[in-house]
Design a protein around this ligand. Structure first.
Ligand code: ATP
Ligand code: MG
Length: 582
């Protein structure tokens, strides 16, 4: 894994204000979290956020939103952000996911290390303390071991219209619950035989307060604690306590956790009473999750795409995972810009994927060197060009930045051009190559089309033309030629063969999984097209991750290839313009 680097500077000068910034401003003004110290007596910043992924999959663009938000707020308020793995569910979690998450957060441009201290945590590191606090809750009469069957427990929970019913075990004496809880920990019971529940209110209109589960029995191997535990704490119990142990101030999550906040507060209040934590306590805030058109961002659904081989792995360039987007050629800067620009709100909405592509083009346009690629090659023969002659033509590396110099592209008698730059019978308004018409070979000469060769089926296999030797771009004579069309080309003898993967949106439906729809019915069959193309000779030195604008085609990134590969591979990042816009 690469070394952590420091958080990059804000991508936009003045971050737009939002309700979270207003809350933080007010907390700073009232000194709510001022004058705190950690257990070692070190002063604590007034803003400490956390990003708490569950290591059960790869991070996606929705997580990027949360990462940019949490790390961005801490950066702008001189605070810090903890990266915490919420690893309380042993069955679904793996080291592979921990590694990729660490890597993706760093790639996005953020670091959990500050002043040499790594604020990298695992909820599983708190298992001992979480257990001790659960014993306290039992002793103080705030929790009990319930031995109802799972069915009875579900039936007695009631529903939105009906209050729940107390469990017959609800008034079990604390000493008995404590003894049972210890036996649960000792492994004396099977999965599901008993459960530890908070004693709150079975009639609460908030279902989350109807004696929620705190600990369950789970005889499962954990990727970090091995077989040390056979009881595991529930997410809703673990989260507030982890936040408090880490002195988190603003615990930011998505809207679906709004109804969980009363339990979050309940747990922390009980623990403060028990002397485990001092006030002020962390506070949970909710914001609207990122929904983007033409994308699904549920880990479960993304896993389905991978496991059913609908895509070529988690890092398939069509995937909205950060590893996939990286391979597609997205830059961290473009993703940061997108997250900043789409803002933070309290009501759900859908962001148009075109916004993301726009941020990408905005970031790539000034950076990407220009290059020529012919994606659907057709031969062009310049009949009056001296047979063995090669003439160097010069094209700017970047038209807006002449100081970046020129690239050299050789021209000869036989060229590759794009198939759609020739029409034997031109349609109305077509001003590229057709018999009798003149066009400029970009950065080269003006040519006049004289005809074409066809195979037995009538397909055009070569186009013929003559060139004007005094028309070379950059020479005086070039001014004498006025032509409408300007096409790109490569010398057949000099061009390099390349595999080019033309990626597009993975779905044809803007909301592929909305309202419980089967997202797999909306797959775009044209989301990946592989063509054998030609690129200019200078690209021989392209390294994986190098990005280019192939003129007239869009932005492309060199893909990694194995050592035995005989040709270059490029992935299309995005087209020059939004090809889906009406
Ligand atoms: P999924 O639903 O895909 O499984 P998750 O929310 O369960 O995702 P976690 O690993 O628990 O995944 O998420 C870590 C953090 O990322 C959480 O704080 C969560 O709120 C946030 N997050 C996940 N998806 C989005 C999203 N679409 N927009 C904003 N934040 C998100
Ligand atoms: Mg989750």
């Amino acid at each position: 894994m690469s070394k952590p680097h420091t958080a990059s500077a804000p991508v936009e000068p003045a971050p737009a204000s939002n309700f979270l910034r207003s809350i933080i401003d007010a907390d700073i003004a009232s000194q709510k979290y001022a004058n705190r110290t950690d257990t070692a007596g070190q002063a604590l910043p007034q803003v400490i956020t956390r990003f708490p992924p569950e290591p059960n999959g790869y991070l996606h663009i929705g997580h990027a939103k949360s990462i940019c938000l949490n790390f961005g707020l801490a950066r702008d308020y001189q605070g810090r952000t903890h990266l915490r793995f919420d690893d309380t569910n042993p069955a679904k979690e793996e080291q592979e996911y921990v590694d990729t998450i660490l890597d993706s957060v760093q790639w996005l441009g953020f670091s959990w290390t500050q002043d040499g201290v790594a604020h990298l945590h695992y909820a599983s590191d708190y298992f001992e303390r979480l257990y001790a606090m659960a014993e306290y809750l039992i002793t103080a009469g705030h929790a009990y071991v319930d031995s109802q069957s799972a069915d009875d427990m579900a039936a007695n929970r009631g529903n939105f219209n009906q209050p729940g019913k107390d469990s017959p075990f609800r008034n079990r004496p604390a000493a008995e619950s404590l003894a049972m809880f210890r036996r649960m920990k000792a492994g004396e019971f099977a999965d599901g035989a008993h459960i530890l529940r908070a004693r709150i209110d079975m009639a609460s209109p908030n279902m989350n307060l109807r004696d929620p589960a705190i600990y369950r029995i789970r005889h499962a191997h954990h990727h970090r604690t091995g077989d040390a535990w056979c009881i595991y704490p529930m997410y809703d119990y673990t989260h507030p306590i982890s936040d408090a142990l880490e002195n988190i101030t603003h615990s930011i999550c998505t809207l679906e956790f709004q109804d969980h906040r009363p339990f979050y507060d309940w747990i922390l209040e009980r623990m403060a009473e028990g002397g485990f934590f001092a006030k002020p306590l962390p506070h949970q805030y909710e914001f609207a999750r990122l929904n983007m058109t033409y994308v699904v961002t549920s880990k479960r659904k993304l896993r389905e795409l991978v496991e059913e081989h609908i895509v070529d792995g988690w890092d398939d360039p069509r995937m909205p995972t950060l590893v996939g987007m990286r391979r597609r050629g997205f830059t961290p800067e473009a993703i940061q810009l997108f997250c900043e620009r789409t803002g933070v709100t309290k009501s759900d909405s859908w962001i148009d994927i075109a916004t993301l592509d726009g941020c990408l083009r905005e970031d790539l346009d000034p950076k990407a060197p220009r290059a020529t690629a012919v994606l659907r090659p057709l031969k062009l023969v310049i009949d009056n060009f001296p047979a063995d002659e090669v003439i160097d033509c010069h094209a700017p590396v970047h038209p807006q930045f002449p100081e970046r110099g020129n690239r050299t592209v050789p021209i000869s008698a036989t060229l590759w051009i794009e198939q759609d730059d020739f029409m034997e019978v031109p349609s109305k308004g077509y001003f590229r190559l057709f018999p009798g018409n003149k066009v400029r070979l970009r950065y080269g000469f003006v040519i006049e089309c004289t005809g074409c060769d066809k195979d037995a089926d009538g397909n055009v296999i070569a186009v013929h033309c003559n060139y004007f030797a005094d028309s070379k771009s950059g020479t005086e004579g070039s001014a004498n030629y006025k032509v409408k069309g300007n096409i790109h080309w490569l010398s057949v003898a000099h061009a390099l063969e390349a595999e080019v993967r033309l990626y597009d949106r993975l779905f044809t439906d803007p909301q592929p999984d909305a309202g419980g729809k089967d997202f797999k019915l909306a797959l775009n069959p044209n989301a990946k097209e592989v063509v054998t193309a030609f690129v200019e000779p200078g690209l021989a030195t392209a390294r994986p991750d190098d990005k280019f604008q192939f003129e007239r085609h869009g932005y492309f990134v060199a893909d990694r290839v194995d050592a035995s590969a005989t040709r270059l591979v490029f992935n299309r990042i995005t087209t020059l313009k939004d090809s889906w816009a009406k």
